[in-house]
Design a protein around this ligand. Structure first.
Ligand SMILES: [Zn+2]
Length: 183
């Protein structure tokens, strides 16, 4: 398995910190983990698999403080599904076979500071105040992610997480401990 972003020495959010798995955001919970990294950072496939979804993820047409970003869902040979999101325009296509460590996209700025006000969600205001406008949003599932109106831009608008969602933190920690080689 490969580390998914260009720089390895990033601090991973835990479930107790902003951007962590299942972070309680008031009316929504966070479905993944945010790896804050500069705009344009390369994103690599954690595991070998096939691209099963490549589509628009966030857009100002959905929420005004979002820029357009894209998502990829890769069904890995292990059976896990990886959602890599808040990326620039797709560089891989649906149906394409991907090896672990392949370049699959680049991080794009997701938050538009100019559209954020004191009426925006608290966690969004805090992200922008600390300059965290770009990140890899990573979700991992052990079954195919369901399509639901409760899901929007990496958040789930309910208290009970969607079926199959698992904690990416344990997998990322495993990669760090197994692979000390810089990509
Ligand atoms: Zn996120």
């Amino acid at each position: 398995m490969f580390w998914p972003v260009e720089k390895k020495n990033v601090s991973l959010p835990t479930d107790k910190t902003p951007g962590g798995f299942l972070e309680d955001r008031g009316d929504r919970i966070h479905c993944g983990i945010d790896i804050h990294t500069p705009i344009g950072s390369k994103v690599f496939a954690i595991e070998k698999g096939v691209v099963v979804n490549s589509s628009l993820f966030t857009s100002p047409a959905i929420i005004s403080y979002w820029f357009d970003t894209y998502q990829l869902i890769i069904k890995a040979c292990s059976g896990l599904y990886y959602r890599y999101a808040e990326l620039g325009p797709p560089i891989v296509q649906i149906g394409q076979q991907i090896n672990a460590g392949d370049l699959i996209g680049h991080v794009r700025q997701v938050l538009n500071p100019r559209m954020i006000s004191n009426k925006s969600p608290e966690y969004i205001q805090q992200l922008v105040a600390t300059g965290k406008n770009s990140m890899l949003h990573l979700e991992i599932y052990d079954t195919e992610p369901i399509q639901s109106s409760l899901y929007k831009g990496g958040n789930w608008f309910d208290k009970t997480p969607p079926d199959g969602l698992i904690d990416p933190y344990t997998i990322l920690k495993q990669i760090v401990s197994q692979n000390t080689k810089e990509i």
